[in-house]
Ligand binder design. Sequence first.
Ligand SMILES: [Fe+2]
Length: 444
Amino acid sequence: MRTLLELCGVFALAATAAGCVKGNPDLAIDAGFSAMGGMLAVADCGYSVTTYPGAEAPKLAVQRFGTDPTPRLVHLGLVGDPKTSVVAQWRTMDETTLASTVRLGVGANLPASALTDVRTGLEFAYLSTGGQSVRMHQAHLCGLTAGTSYSYQVGSIDLAGAEHFSPVYTFHTAPDIVAHPDAQVVLAFVGDSRGGYDVWQQLIAQLQQRTPDLVLFSGDAVTFGITQFEWEDFFQRAEPLFATVPMVSANGNHEDNAINYYSQIALPGDQQNFGLDYGFAHLTVGNDTPEDPTAITGAFHDAIAADFTASDAARWKLFMHHQPIFSASTKHGSSLTLQQAWQPMIDQHHIDLVLNGHDHDYEVSKPMVGNTVASGPDAATATVYVVAGGAGAELYPNGTQFWTQYSESTYSAAIIEVSRAALTLDAFHPDGSPIQTGFSKTKP
Ligand SMILES: [Fe+2]
């Protein structure tokens, strides 16, 4: 384990910010500072927050301020039940600011003066490229009411009484489908923005117009997971949407399990393989680029299978991971490794939609069971594979295979609508024009 002194020496950029200033005990950050990660129980939520090697242990925020406590890159995540919780996340460019406060109020578009529910968050720093120390703030907001809009802002009031808060944003919790069986939710589905943030920003604006409840990001937000400035472009361009709609992501090969990824995006469980219910959809997320490749057929396979089993009774089942199991693109194409390792359990549990990226095109498969196109009654329980890896990264050629329902080499994002009776997916180009072939399935 590195000591604080070692970190001060190695990570010169972080040294002053990390409190390595001799003679000023007020700046001598936490004696236990280490970048080995740690855990903090969040009592209100009934779960713990874990950080990983490369980051400090999470700590309850305290009233400590640096030169720029302004909250930046505000975005929402999910760790607990989306009906009753959300996670507000932001960073301060000034690494020494530890104060983390959320002001909350019930109702949409409230004035700041009406945000009377004040909650304290947690904070931790992680070490990025070149020793840059990035201070993250998280507020885990639990005990919320299902299907309800909330206004909030994040930030702090410094010791001189000056306020450093974000704009007021509005988010809403997931509906309670037992109380409201007519509930319909809208999921945004997009991936592979890396290096193409102008297109990313266009797609974000288009998605915002379609008022999604949840964003599903299938990986490859950045070219190099450890490169902080790319993450800041990614989050800054998306802030109008991400500050109002929680985002759930899968680790892509370009994230490469970097500490920047796990530190900036709060996710359920181990942040790699997990599931959550949102409306009538159950979403399972898998990491198909594990640090240990044998996990594909081992621990990660088993974790995904366990989530499939636990959610077998779900009305609609979605599975998101990064690398496509069926892709006709001539760039990467189908992952035969994942076909062998994961498709049998996808077939066994009759997953409705598999959501992938990695190939930078848009593709919808025919309903598949094994390596066969399903027809007749079998098609109703077969799985359709969608590749929508066109969020900004350079386009790849599409192709056509026997399983291809539709393919196009284009930038794209998709909207998935979920009700008790129907599951539909429709995609569009960055200018908003529709991509004609999507997906639609109904159940009595
Ligand atoms: Fe990829």
